[in-house]
Design a protein around this ligand. Structure first.
Ligand SMILES: Nc1ncnc2c1ncn2[C@@H]1O[C@H](COP(=O)(O)O)[C@@H](OP(=O)(O)O)[C@H]1O
Ligand SMILES: [Mg+2]
Ligand SMILES: [Mg+2]
Ligand SMILES: [Mg+2]
Length: 321
């Protein structure tokens, strides 16, 4: 089957990284370092990126990686204790790791893109990770501007009363599935179908600054969704739609940052998982997300991810105001 090796390697490295993040959260209260854009990053974000870039580097030495983090904030002498801590956690997976190899692995993720590249969010939802809520390790392969393989590892997510820790994977044209992070048989993913919108739920970010919650509620109501939103950090929202737990994920530009452009690693894996589960993802104008323009979705604003059935109705409601 197509992309068999890529799928296997992506799953292996994402699982190793998810395990690292989970260990950090169980063992310490991770402190956050503030990046230049004032957003937080933790030892787990750095460790996750190091483990994944190392593994991809061995399996696919020619492939560029467009990752969220870089090691600049870890290299300064006053950050030596944090780099030591990252190295200690990476050694749990890669025993020969040193501070030098760790920063080199992290910086493999500094590529700009190309015809074929990986995009990596070592922890999507760092604010959720810090709060003890949802987060995801997100990895995707993009070829010719199209997402071909997507993996989302969600250590804190569960379905119903099941144990937390789920992983989602999709290969273009071959469907999407989920399994427990601990291992087990893959189960197919399928969006919720039917036209009974009043039974549907919608998902949105916990962070009010990452979207427009007022407008998101208004649009959901306009398309007949009467129930309150489910607020969740990270691309776990894409997983919720792919698994049929919600019919819609709305991410409309925040009035505080109207010119914000979404980052490719915040969406690539989730988009493919929803599409392969039978759903649809576009921007707020109904255009496909364009992953061929470097690290940002410069040609898109807002994201609408749905079960497909209600998609056109949502886009129409957005055009009306
Ligand atoms: N003004 C903004 N509008 C939309 N997304 C934003 C934003 N500022 C930051 N983000 C992104 O929102 C992501 C988290 O999404 P969510 O709110 O759905 O959990 C962050 O990913 P990281 O946590 O990987 O940095 C970050 O890239
Ligand atoms: Mg971040
Ligand atoms: Mg992110
Ligand atoms: Mg991140």
């Amino acid at each position: 089957m197509a992309y068999d090796t890529e799928k296997k390697v992506a799953l292996d490295v994402a699982l190793a990284a998810a395990h690292l993040c989970d260990r950090v959260r169980q063992e310490i209260v991770p402190e956050s370092i503030e990046k230049d854009d004032r957003s937080p990053v933790t030892v787990a974000d750095f460790g996750s990126q190091a483990v994944i870039c190392q593994g991809l580097g061995v399996a696919f030495p020619q492939d560029p990686i467009v990752g969220e983090e870089d090691s600049a904030d870890l290299r300064s002498p006053e950050r030596a204790p944090q780099l030591q801590l990252v190295t200690r956690y990476v050694q749990g997976t890669l025993p020969t790791a040193t501070p030098d190899t760790v920063v080199q692995w992290i910086d493999r993720g500094n590529a700009q893109g190309g015809d074929r590249f990986w995009t990596l969010d070592p922890i999507d939802g760092t604010k959720g990770f810090l709060r003890g809520d949802q987060y995801a390790v997100a990895l995707a392969l993009v070829e010719g501007g199209e997402v071909k393989v997507g993996v989302l590892a969600c250590p804190a997510l569960s379905f119903g009363s099941g144990e937390p820790g789920l992983v989602f994977v999709a290969v273009r044209g071959e469907g999407a599935s989920w399994m427990p992070l601990k291992g087990g048989d893959p189960q197919p993913l399928q969006v919720v179908t039917g036209a009974e919108a009043d039974g549907f739920r919608f998902v949105e970010s916990v962070e009010s600054g990452h979207g427009d919650q007022t407008r998101q509620s208004a649009i959901a109501q306009a398309v007949g969704i009467t129930q309150a939103s489910i607020r969740m950090d990270s691309q776990a929202k894409y997983a919720a739609v792919a698994a049929g737990q919600a019919a819609l994920y709305l991410r409309l530009p925040s009035p505080k940052t109207p010119d914000y452009r979404e980052k490719i690693w915040d969406h690539a894996a989730g988009v493919l998982i929803i599409e392969e589960a039978g759903g649809r993802v576009t921007d707020m104008l109904g255009q496909p997300l364009d992953f061929s323009q470097g690290s940002k979705l410069v040609n898109n604003q807002g994201v609408v991810a749905s079960n497909g059935v209600i998609h056109e109705t949502v886009i129409a409601a957005l055009q009306q105001g």
